[in-house]
Design a protein around this ligand. Structure first.
Ligand SMILES: Cc1cc2nc3c(=O)[nH]c(=O)nc-3n(C[C@H](O)[C@H](O)[C@H](O)COP(=O)(O)OP(=O)(O)OC[C@H]3O[C@@H](n4cnc5c(N)ncnc54)[C@H](O)[C@@H]3O)c2cc1C
Ligand code: FES
Ligand code: FES
Length: 479
């Protein structure tokens, strides 16, 4: 079934928008068409959280709630979802939602501009059956910026929710919402609107048919990079293929040799899955943008963007990951360290898309990763480093080291690896390996960091890695 109209659930009703503008943001629609102005615009680039709204989506017959940044969400992607705004938290009888009441009780509402975003992030935490641990609270509001009196009253408000009755009016209405979502969720979307095209296929087969006649179209996954060309650069995207509507590409599989991640799997799912295998991968993902970003952003989008400071990239390269590419006829598998050509240029051809990413599972390796950014949360790396090696009889084997932020592309530190390979791990060898990084990289200075700082940090991260493996006693008698 194909439609040129989108449908979504709002306040227990099915809303229909006929041929929406594929470049309109959800935030614009909320404020100017729905006339709900509780949701604010701060930065218009996903960085401040003022525009946070919650979406509900069917997953295994349940509603899966996610907080997102409506300022960088393109309106047609609302198809098949439930929209919840800050105004909707108040019950019909006028009583405040427990989250709103807690913010009142603890004076968590300050300038008023950021407050609706904080409320929506805390509402999401409330709905996700959180244990209200300090870490969870911090994480849930890490994508909401407050520049006035700080976070303490908000955190206190969040903590006070711990023993509150979790049954709110959304829970009471759940059955009805699920029925409505079922009515609207199962269709593909094709929109032609004043020269702009938008496709949201449901299956890969359908995607291939669309690609045949629309080879120039831009793929849209989480939109956390692509949508900014509309909101910040004021460009128009004429033809869009939405990938996150293809549930066939939303998966994480494991065959004991590698983990395979489908192209439309959001980072938030990888974040919890991969912790068991590579805890440091999860550690980096927890500092990747914000929950609002990770709820929609994908590894595929991070790879295709090919930013030298894309956080997944050095991690994936050091783990010797592969990228599975697909075009109309065939599948091609490339090692990720051969995929990046030059600044933001990759081997991806027109008509080809990323289908999945494979991360090998090493049995006896040590994998560690580090991110250095100006701000701890919700910031992009100045330098990101990943180390993967085995220590056999105190000698380093199978070493793969990769850095982001040190060159025009995320890249292996080949000279450094050569020094370490087959060596006993000693202070002298580590010093030599640090020196070799100068041969591997000639970083640039920009607003995030100077070249000198980047080189110093890169060396220090190697030193840190060395100190940590020493501490873990992975290296024997020599220390
Ligand atoms: C506030 C904010 C914070 C951020 N923080 C970080 C951070 O900490 N670390 C970091 O690395 N990045 C960060 N980013 C950048 C961005 O979130 C990531 O690069 C993200 O992984 C992009 O994924 P996406 O699914 O949103 O991609 P999209 O924006 O949908 O797409 C990005 C590019 O990839 C292409 N593409 C998407 N899917 C496919 C596919 N399946 N096949 C082929 N091409 C495809 C698109 O056409 C587009 O060119 C941040 C962005 C914002 C706005
Ligand atoms: S307006 Fe700042 S994140 Fe959307
Ligand atoms: S609540 Fe808006 S700046 Fe603090």
């Amino acid at each position: 079934m194909t439609s040129s109209n989108i449908e979504f659930i709002y306040q227990n009703k099915i809303f229909k928008i006929k041929k929406p503008d594929p470049n309109e943001t959800l935030l614009n629609y909320i404020r100017t068409k729905l006339k709900k102005i509780g949701t604010k615009e701060g930065c218009a680039e996903g960085g401040c959280g003022a525009c946070t709204v919650v979406l509900g989506q069917l997953k295994n017959n349940e509603i899966n709630y996610q907080a997102i940044n409506s300022c960088i969400t393109l309106l047609p992607t609302l198809q098949g979802k439930q929209l919840i705004l800050v105004e909707d938290l108040i019950s019909k009888d006028g009583s405040l939602h427990p989250v709103q009441q807690a913010m009142v009780n603890y004076h968590g509402s300050q300038c008023g501009f950021c407050t609706p975003g904080f409320i929506m992030s805390l509402f999401l935490m409330f709905k996700k059956n959180s244990k209200f641990k300090d870490e969870e609270i911090k994480d849930s509001i890490s994508g909401n910026l407050c520049r006035c009196t700080g976070y303490q009253p908000i955190i206190k408000a969040a903590k006070s929710l711990k023993n509150k009755n979790k049954i709110d009016h959304f829970t009471r209405n759940k059955k009805n919402t699920i029925n409505l979502l079922k009515k609207i969720s199962n269709k593909s979307i094709v929109i032609y609107n004043r020269g702009k095209k938008y496709f949201a296929p449901k299956y890969v087969q359908e995607l291939k048919k669309i690609l045949k006649n629309n080879i120039e179209a831009d793929f849209l996954s989480g939109g956390t990079d692509l949508s900014l060309s509309v909101t910040k650069e004021r460009k128009e995207i004429n033809s869009i293929i939405y990938m996150n509507s293809i549930s066939e590409l939303n998966f994480i599989k494991n065959n004991n040799k590698y983990i395979e991640i489908g192209a439309s799997t959001p980072l938030i799912e990888l974040e919890s899955y991969i912790e068991k295998y590579y805890p440091d991968f999860t550690k980096i993902l927890k500092r990747y943008g914000s929950p609002q970003i990770r709820n929609v952003a994908t590894v595929a989008g991070n790879i295709a963007t090919a930013s030298p400071i894309g956080d997944c990239l050095p991690l994936l390269i050091s783990l010797n990951a592969q990228v599975v590419l697909q075009d109309l006829k065939k599948t091609k598998i490339l090692f990720l360290d051969k995929f990046f050509i030059s600044y933001r240029k990759t081997k991806l051809k027109k008509g080809q898309f990323i289908r999945s990413i494979r991360i090998p599972l090493f049995e006896d390796n040590t994998f560690k990763a580090y991110k250095v950014s100006k701000r701890f949360d919700d910031d992009i790396s100045s330098v990101c480093a990943a180390f993967n090696l085995e220590i056999v009889k105190n000698k380093i084997q199978n070493v793969r080291i990769a850095y982001g932020g040190m060159a025009a592309i995320p890249k292996r530190a080949i000279y450094c690896e050569k020094i370490l390979s087959n060596s006993l791990v000693t202070d002298e060898i580590i010093d030599k390996a640090k020196k070799a990084l100068e041969k591997d990289f000639k970083p640039i200075s920009d607003m995030r960091a100077s070249a000198l700082y980047r080189m110093e940090v890169a060396k220090n991260l190697l030193e840190k890695f060395y100190a940590e493996i020493k501490q873990k006693k992975l290296i024997g008698v020599y220390f």
